[in-house]
Design a binder for this molecule. Structure first.
Ligand code: PHE
Length: 453
């Protein structure tokens, strides 16, 4: 019965494309540059890359392994691989985290759709940074249009998820990703030719260790997890769709490489442009939406590039929202025997409620706050700085201390048919470094242990 419900990716490249599709999204192009801008440029970049290598790779491998080994959604996976059934709560936490990420993610995906629309009607033309800034502010905090776009994104997303893993997700990612990389590389070349571009590169590549503090470290770590879609249920779920002959270490490295490459490239587009156009690098979420239209205005074929870029940004966001929805859907289908379509529609409805609250929390007429943060920022904070790092510690402990060793070995070597030279090092990091490092970062953040002030 259960086997019938389970989907599979049709090919190796399809799985990598789909998992990379989940990983690559607004996190790389929208969030990474503004986080780097707010957290000291080069210092952030360095800590980010270290987090990706030392924490991201082990955690992603662990999650894909848990998924493929159990062939279940996160709740079923942790529940079935451990004697102590309480581990299923880790899976549930991951699913909840994905759901909460959806709360703000669909909203920003909606923004990218607005920018597709603005690109179509050519409204960037003739505008400078200040007026583009005003355009963004008017849209996000003075109008109600973001809600319409968000609901549209949710609808498109539901349509694709209902069609299922292979047809919907795989095919789509395979075309979009190479195109996105191509257009981003063209943009890098263009911005490097701008005046003062070098200043941006220097900002982006020079770490200033005296400015590093625990906040920056936790931000970089949370961003690495967010960008890689780890520390929650996505990679466990996608792992469960991976065929038994696939080399997990290799696939993990490829996904991590693609994701990190695209984030770094996004920085190479944004920072030279920011410094050349005299835009404040610490501007936050609006950074990409103000900077890039400015660049398009200055470049040959800017209309076409602008349009193509925002279409691709939207598509990249969509492959990520699909994964967010897929995690929750698989859970309802497998654990509560929902029909796929009903599960998706129910989730779409529930998500739309938090999305609307989220979009409204940025509107100047509404004050939807949780503590000191508006609802949008609160969801971002809770997921990136609490749920995902904690999820990372738990999956690391699970694979290192709870899961059967022989089973792990079999998964990594495909029952002895593959030689894995790197795996022992990755498992070492997973066992000793990942839980400890994240734990110390937390203590440090709470001020209980202060190495970095
Ligand atoms: N990794 C996605 C991005 O970078 C966001 C995401 C996070 C998607 C968690 C799914 C789950 O845009």
């Amino acid at each position: 019965m259960e086997q019938e419900n389970r989907a599979k990716f049709g090919s190796k490249i399809g799985m990598i494309a789909a998992a990379a599709g989940s990983a690559v999204g607004l996190g790389n192009i929208w969030k990474f540059p503004y986080m780097a801008g707010q957290n000291g440029g080069g210092s952030f970049l360095l800590i980010y890359i270290m987090s990706v290598i030392m924490l991201g790779i082990p955690v992603m491998l662990a999650e894909i392994l848990v998924g493929r080994s159990s062939q279940k959604n996160p709740v079923g996976a942790y529940g079935s691989l451990a004697k102590n059934k309480n581990w299923k709560w880790v899976g549930l936490m991951g699913i909840l985290c994905a759901f909460l990420i959806g709360g703000f993610y669909y909203v920003v995906a909606g923004w990218s759709l607005e920018y597709v629309f603005q690109a179509i009607i050519n409204s960037f033309e003739g505008q400078d940074a200040a007026s583009l800034d005003a355009m963004y502010t008017n849209f996000v905090s003075k109008s109600y249009t973001p809600i319409i776009w968000t609901l549209l994104v949710l609808g498109i997303n539901a349509f694709i998820v209902i069609k299922g893993v292979e047809k919907g997700i795989e095919r789509f990612s395979k075309i979009m990703m190479p195109l996105l990389i191509l257009i981003m590389l063209i943009l890098v070349i263009r911005v490097l030719l701008l005046e003062n571009a070098m200043e941006g590169i220097v900002f982006y590549l020079t770490p200033h260790f005296d400015t590093v503090n625990s906040e920056i470290i936790l931000s970089a770590l949370g961003q690495a997890f967010f960008s890689l879609s780890i520390g929650m249920g996505v990679m466990v779920t996608y792992g469960s769709y991976v065929g038994k002959t696939q080399n997990l270490v290799k696939s993990t490295s490829q996904i991590v490489f693609i994701d990190t490459f695209i984030a770094i490239i996004a920085g190479f587009i944004i920072f030279p442009a920011v410094f050349s156009l005299n835009i404040d690098p610490t501007g936050g979420p609006k950074l990409v939406f103000v900077t890039l239209p400015c660049v398009f205005n200055q470049m040959f074929g800017g209309y076409l590039f602008g349009l193509l870029f925002f279409v691709l940004l939207f598509l990249a966001a969509l492959t990520s929202t699909i994964s967010i929805m897929e995690v929750c859907t698989a859970f309802l289908v497998e654990n509560f025997k929902f029909e796929r379509k009903k599960a998706t529609l129910l989730l779409t409805f529930l998500t739309s409620i938090i999305c609307v609250l989220c979009a409204l929390s940025l509107n100047e007429n509404f004050h939807i706050y949780i503590g000191e943060l508006n609802f949008f920022d609160a969801l971002d904070y809770i997921t990136s700085k609490i749920f995902m790092p904690v999820g990372g510690i738990l999956v690391a402990l699970f694979v290192s201390f709870v899961m059967d060793k022989k089973r792990i070995q079999n998964e990594l070597t495909n029952h002895g048919t593959l030689k894995q030279t790197l795996a022992p090092y990755i498992l070492f990091l997973l066992k000793y470094f990942v839980p400890l490092a994240i734990f110390m970062i937390f203590l440090n953040e709470l001020g209980l242990f202060s190495y970095f002030k």
